[in-house]
Ligand binder design. Structure first.
Ligand code: NAD
Length: 272
């Protein structure tokens, strides 16, 4: 059974690998024996994770990279090929929202600046598409590979306040299906493309939207989320690992074009 989930010596590229959710995945995949290229716009964030992997006896490299810049991705590809070999797996983890693209009592929908909306849309959608072009091309040429995108609950039903992020993640889920079909039809039957849609995980990015900075208690938005999560709590980053290992290994050999919610039941609950 353990061979089914074997990731030993696979070369895995993780964009946004210095962030909360993807660094947790990077550490777990390294522990499973994979070689990890930790890509992040913030070099120090990526280096911290790569150092942690290497000092625990694993193999990782730091790659400063902007997922919105094809030249930067191309340079990253060359470095990864030279230091870790051919890429087997890509995890498109870089993403996020921005305050200026979020409605609030001080910022109405009608005043959301187009630059902020464009930034969020690009980071999440174009920032998934461009790495899939650059690293996916190598998979198409070698005839095999796996891509894992990170979508969100807001792809299924939009969340209040965040129209740009919701639209971008819906585009990520849609693109996951599109690319899964495209690569099988045009390049290889051995390339799989799937996505994970995490529910609500407390991270630095959303901590103070969901909990009060001073008291640590839930905000009204945080309480609404917990009330709509049948399991009654936020997720822990470690709880994405099992689903990621399933989708990235032979255990999911006939699985492509799906978006898996890891959400404590949030997407199953109508609220009634
Ligand atoms: P995070 O902010 O901790 O990590 C994101 C990482 O991406 C950061 O290290 C950041 O430096 C990097 N990054 C940003 N712009 C980049 C660029 N242009 N090029 C390269 N790297 C860039 O966020 P997180 O909460 O760990 O989220 C990881 C992914 O999961 C994101 O796609 C996010 O949208 C998604 N997600 C998060 C949650 C949640 O509850 N935290 C829920 C659903 C989906």
């Amino acid at each position: 059974m353990s061979d089914l989930f074997d990731l030993k010596d696979k070369t895995i590229v993780i964009t946004g690998g210095g962030g909360v959710l993807c660094s947790t995945m990077a550490l777990a995949l390294a522990e499973a024996g994979a070689k990890i290229a930790v890509l992040d716009l913030i070099e120090a964030a990526a280096a911290k994770i790569a150092d942690q992997i290497n000092s625990a006896g694993g193999r990782a490299i730091t790659v400063k990279c902007n997922v919105l810049d094809k030249a930067s991705l191309q340079t990253a590809l060359e470095k990864i090929n030279a230091e870790l070999g051919k890429i087997d797996i890509l995890i498109n983890g870089a993403g996020g929202n921005k305050k200026e693209a979020t409605t609030s009592p001080d910022l109405s929908f009608f005043d959301l600046p187009s630059e902020a909306l464009q930034f969020v849309f690009n980071l999440n959608f174009i920032g998934t598409l461009l790495p899939s072009q650059v690293f996916g091309k190598e998979m198409a040429e070698s005839g095999g590979g796996i891509i894992l995108n990170i979508s969100s609950m807001c792809a299924f039903s939009p969340l209040t306040k965040i129209p740009g992020y919701s639209a971008a993640k819906a585009a990520v889920s849609n693109f996951t299906q599109w690319l899964a079909v495209h690569v099988n039809q045009n390049y290889s039957k051995d390339i799989r493309v799937n996505a994970i849609a995490p529910g609500f995980f407390l991270t630095e990015q959303n901590r103070f939207l969901l909990t009060d900075e001073k008291t640590g208690k839930l905000t009204a938005r945080g309480k609404t989320i917990i009330d709509h999560t049948p399991m009654g709590r936020f997720g822990q980053p470690e709880e994405l690992i099992g689903t990621a290992m399933w989708l990235l290994s032979d255990a999911a050999k006939f699985v492509t074009g799906i978006v898996v919610p890891v959400d404590g039941g949030f997407s199953a609950f109508s609220g009634v």
